[in-house]
Design a protein around this ligand. Sequence first.
Ligand code: SF4
Length: 372
Amino acid sequence: MITLSPASERAVDRAGLQAIAAKVLASERLSFDDGLTLLESSELAAVGALANLARERRHGDLTWFNRNLHINATNVCEASCIFCSFARLKTGDPAAYTMSLEEAVGRLRALRHQFVTEVHIVNGLNPDLPFSYYTDLLQALKAERPDLHIKGFTAVEIHYYAEKYSMTYADVLTALRDAGLGSMPGGGAEIFAARARKKLCNDKVDTEGWLQVHRTAHQLGMRSNCTMLYGSIERPAERIDHMVRLRELQDETGGFQTFIPLKFHNEGNRLAKIQEPTDADSLKTLAVSRLMLDNIGHIKAYWPMLGVQLAQLSLGFGVDDLDGTVREERIYHMAGAKTPQELTRAELVALIRRAGRIPVERDTLYRVVAEA
Ligand code: SF4
């Protein structure tokens, strides 16, 4: 049985977290108040030790990654999220782009001699494209690389297409799936609490819509991920509220694979005056996520946002997945992320090993490709 070390027990005692620790040791669900107590605790070591226990109980030392490629087919977007450094552009603006199908396929073709298992597609809400652009895009990518799993289109995009093209969520998802979509990423969740969401992203899908898109995808048999943008204007209780709402949907559908807390970056957007979250805050948020989301298999540290070293450190704070090689990440680099555009497989393997963990290459659906 996995237990706390004597040093961790002392940290738990110092923090006054004995009751919560007892629940974690007994695999009991934590309440909203427990989550808030953990998030507001100043004993990072105690919170981290509890999260590490939950992580090792599920995964031991195994740490997951994949080899993937990002394609952002258009950065034209008619929404106006104030934290966004990627889009909010109109067609014709100097920095605006929309890839032709040939360009998008060319990204894959350039990798034809390399082993990749996933392409990740996220786009702006482009008012100038027909729905067929997206189905043609998927079909063209699949024709080029039938072996690749396409994870694409956030709930924000699915909701936008449903409204714009007068379709139901199920219609949109079914059409995209028939064209080659395999699963959905978790983006666009931001923060569910109405107070913060109204300030951050008033003109895109609301919380109920975001959850309903994922519920629909799960009912159609698709898996998806879920995220939370943390460190901007939300309050601690709003982070916990966000986790609880995801946990409730997961109780209902079981369709989420991974939770990915996304660190707020302040360059190139309208929140430049807000300090970015500290490393301690990031580690605690990841740890609390592991403890609160007892029904979601994986907690991912998205290294392009978090930084490579902090992502590595997070493997002792509840995290069991480091995303992947991530070629051509644009969204967070435009927000000031200083991380590399890509990590090689060897670099990922080495940084997992240096953290004392066992790297496992996975596909999108967490099937083992190779133990490294
Ligand atoms: S976060 Fe997404 S929806 Fe919001 S402005 Fe940026 S690209 Fe558009």
